[in-house]
Design a protein. Structure first.
Length: 396
């Protein structure tokens, strides 16, 4: 109920104009469990509808390889987010059509559009340059909803003729990479010394092998943060990558009870995995329990030993990372000092202004006092002169 899920079709589109449709069948509003001490992340119900490249992560919006409309009324292209229309998170049983236009002869080429029950909700929105020229796959993201995705035939016809994804011919379509020739997907179990570069190796491995999916507590924390759940430990010094500390205020996430569910589901999905459990992979009994989960015929388990002298590329990359971290620290310290100097300068300016205002007020008060004193003296002189004139008249 807290994590955003994602699903991508296995057929891409290289050219032409094609549509797929989505219906929100159910909306869920689960109650908060015991021990939940923070406001749940909003929105509770979320839908994302769009397209992505084959290299894009399953969570839409992480990089520049996806473009989509969300149920909050925004169009998201790469890292840009723009309000384009009405919300639709509570629109049950309505049909939403997502149209991809890659027709080179069309004035709206390289755009996607959103329709509700056949009526346009947004003007054609440009795809980011990073997606142009690549096969694009229908892609949805969702949280606390049940979706029905339709690739054809059309449920809500558009004002103009348009084919669905189910009608894409081979000349316009692109299939994803073929499954392994032997039908077996790899499940890697890295064997490494704790806090000795194992996760740094994993980052490089995943960058070079995006077909692999990381299974670890670190991945769960990242997933929760990308789902918009604030982690009070974010930015704090990491005590352990293998068993990171989390403080989401949600027991199911803070206690990593979701780990069992994810591992159980992963073992039923034929994919390539990296089981990054540093401690468990070193202990025979715990390693055997993990291996047992992937004993289906579609999996091939492999022990990946990550020890010894690292290669030159790994060293160069880590030196670059360390240099970047050091540069960041220097910049942060420089910015801190700059802010302190700016505050000190502002404080001095304020003190100077207060002193000048005080001097001005003192001068004004003294001026008023002198004027009042002069007036009193003038009144006294005038009164005295008046009394003298009276006595003179009486003497005559």
């Amino acid at each position: 109920q807290y994590l955003i899920a994602g699903a991508r079709a296995n057929l891409g589109i290289k050219k032409g104009r094609y549509l797929y449709e989505v219906k929100i069948v159910e909306q869920h509003n689960p109650s908060e469990g015991m021990g939940h001490n923070r406001r749940p992340p909003v929105p509770r119900n979320l839908v994302k509808l769009g397209f992505s490249t084959q290299e894009a992560p399953l969570l839409l919006g992480e990089d520049g390889q996806s473009a989509f409309f969300d149920s909050e009324g925004f169009y998201n292209a790469g890292k840009e987010r723009e309000s384009v229309g009405g919300r639709f998170s509570h629109s049950r049983d309505q049909s939403f059509g997502i149209l991809l236009n890659l027709d080179a002869s069309s004035p709206n080429k390289n755009t996607i559009s959103l329709f509700r029950d056949g009526v346009r909700m947004s003007q054609p929105q440009k795809l980011p340059e990073t997606m142009v020229g690549k096969p694009l796959f229908p892609h949805v993201g969702f949280k606390n909803v049940t979706l029905h995705v339709n690739f054809g035939p059309v449920m809500a016809p558009l004002p103009f003729k348009c084919l669905t994804v189910a009608d894409v011919p081979k000349s316009d379509g692109a299939e994803p990479p073929a499954p392994p020739k032997d039908g077996k997907y790899e499940v890697l179990f890295p064997v490494c010394i704790p806090e000795e570069g194992g996760f740094e190796w994993l980052d490089g491995f995943l960058e070079q092998n995006p077909k692999f999916c990381e299974l670890s507590d670190r991945a769960i924390v990242k997933w929760a943060e990308k789902s918009g759940i604030p982690n009070s430990r974010s930015g704090a010094r990491i005590s352990s990558n293998d068993k990171p500390e989390a403080d989401f205020g949600i027991p199911a996430l803070d206690q990593f009870s979701t780990r069992k569910i994810i591992t159980a589901v992963a073992s039923t999905q034929p994919r390539n995995y990296v089981v990054m459990e540093v401690k468990s992979n070193l202990i025979k009994e715990e390693r055997a329990a993990l291996l047992k989960r992937f004993n289906e015929s579609c999996f091939k388990t492999v022990a990946q030993v990550v020890m010894g002298e690292p290669d030159k590329d790994f060293k160069a990359k880590q030196e670059k990372v360390m240099l970047a971290e050091k540069q960041q620290q220097v910049e942060q310290e420089w910015n801190r000092r700059k802010m302190e100097k700016e505050k000190e300068k502002q404080l001095k300016q304020r003190q100077k202004m207060l002193e000048e205002a005080k001097k001005k007020a003192d001068v004004e008060a003294q001026k008023q006092l002198d004027e009042l004193k002069a007036k009193e003296e003038a009144d006294a002189t005038e009164k005295k002169e008046g009394e003298g004139e009276t006595e003179k008249k009486e003497g005559e």
